[in-house]
Design a binder for this molecule. Structure first.
Ligand SMILES: Cc1cc2nc3c(=O)[nH]c(=O)nc-3n(C[C@H](O)[C@H](O)[C@H](O)COP(=O)(O)O)c2cc1C
Length: 373
């Protein structure tokens, strides 16, 4: 009998048993009707990843308060009863189909394409331009105001209250989005954080907002509720950024997350593959370091729908799990395809030719019949 591919082995994510090591990466789909309430179409979208055999689904970046956190028009939130209820249907349906689902909690900070009045670590103009396809706004981001201490407290409360709602909605956990240049990454990064208080200066201080959020959620002491953190070097407005002190920065960040009580670390790559996003400028593996220094489970990302590459990442000890973004969009049944040795399709960027929403994707698939379902 053929030996099963290592990525299809079952694994424990802290106390959560997963049937394999394959994860759907969080992907913003701007699919609500403007009220932030998750819809029936979103339920269908998430359910098919569960039916497609993914061990874990990390649902899209969801805003945490109604002041300054929303990134995009039509992004889902988890800030009131109706939004919570919408998520509850999705969680129920995903669980019913045998899936596990974690919600990514996100604050956009200076990189909001929804708000004109934004907040960040410091009053620093974000570099480059807004993303295409997610909102009608284009061009430069607005100049943010620096958060005062009371606004920072509100951010922490927003994340904790959202985690409480996520737990009540039945999620298996939450992932704190500290990657890709959004608010928590704006605090982490030296060129966007020029503060002189306890949230600025040293890297330890710049990690503080993220670690305070993690510990405030862990203090709620929910049983069987995972709290992970997503970090990255690259940013949506600075793809090629690397941590200035490579492994040294990694060691401090990963240890701080562990001390705060994080249950896993998810290392994101900005769409140019694992090596581009996950290695230091000297070629060392940051996800591998995260495993070594913390002993926590680590998820890696970046072009890992390529089976050979995903297998290498697990076998060489870079990570315990692999998260698929665009590869999951093209193959919502990727794990089943791998198990049955069926052809895995490449991602076709035309999928977003009608728009980024799930409805647009489904319409495009119906036209092209490429979803392979
Ligand atoms: C449409 C789309 C939306 C995304 N939204 C998010 C998000 O909400 N949160 C996040 O952490 N990353 C987001 N990402 C990044 C992906 O999670 C992933 O890191 C990226 O696609 C690289 O992985 P891949 O090479 O497997 O595609 C998004 C990517 C895409 C394509």
């Amino acid at each position: 009998m053929l030996k099963e591919n290592v990525v299809l082995e079952s694994v424990m994510l802290d106390q959560l048993p997963l049937k394999n090591r394959v994860v759907v990466a969080p992907m913003t789909r701007v699919s609500t009707k403007g009220d932030g309430i998750p819809t029936k179409t979103m339920e269908e979208y998430y359910r098919r990843y569960a039916e497609g055999g993914f061990g874990l689904i990390i649902a899209e970046g969801t805003y945490t308060d109604r002041s300054f956190s929303q990134a995009y028009p039509n992004q889902p939130g988890i800030t009131n009863e109706q939004q919570q209820k919408g998520w509850e249907h999705i969680v129920h349906s995903t669980h019913e189909a045998g899936g596990k689902i974690i919600l990514q909690l996100m604050h956009a900070g200076a990189l909001s394409q929804h708000l004109s009045n934004t907040r960040s670590a410091s009053c620093v103009q974000p570099i480059r331009h807004m993303l295409e396809g997610y909102s009608e706004k284009q061009g430069s981001f607005p100049l943010p105001q620096a958060m005062n201490l009371s606004e920072i407290d509100d951010v922490i409360t927003g994340f904790s209250d959202s985690a409480i709602r996520a737990k009540e909605a039945g999620f298996d956990g939450v992932e704190i989005h500290a990657a890709n240049g959004y608010l928590l990454d704006q605090f982490l990064t030296d060129y966007t954080n020029t503060r002189e208080d306890q949230y600025g200066g040293s890297l330890k201080n710049r990690c503080r907002l993220t670690t305070e959020i993690v510990s405030s959620i862990k203090r709620l002491a929910f049983n069987n509720f995972i709290v992970g953190v997503r970090v990255s070097q690259g940013k949506v407005n600075d793809f090629d950024y690397t941590w200035p002190n490579g492994l040294l920065d990694g060691k401090l960040i990963f240890n701080s997350l562990k001390e705060a009580g994080a249950d896993y670390i998810h290392f994101a790559s900005e769409g140019k593959g694992f090596d581009h996003g996950c290695l230091t400028k000297n070629g060392e593996s940051l996800p591998k370091l995260a495993r070594e220094v913390t002993g926590l489970k680590v998820i890696a990302n970046g072009g890992l729908d390529n089976v050979k590459e995903a297998t290498r990442i697990i076998e060489e000890g870079h990570a315990d799990l692999v998260a698929l973004g665009t590869g999951a969009l093209a193959n919502p049944d990727w794990p089943i395809k791998l198990k049955n040795m069926k052809k895995i399709l490449p991602f076709n960027p035309d999928m977003f030719s009608l728009g980024v929403s799930i409805e647009d994707q489904f319409n495009w698939e119906n036209k092209n019949e490429t979803a392979g379902l």
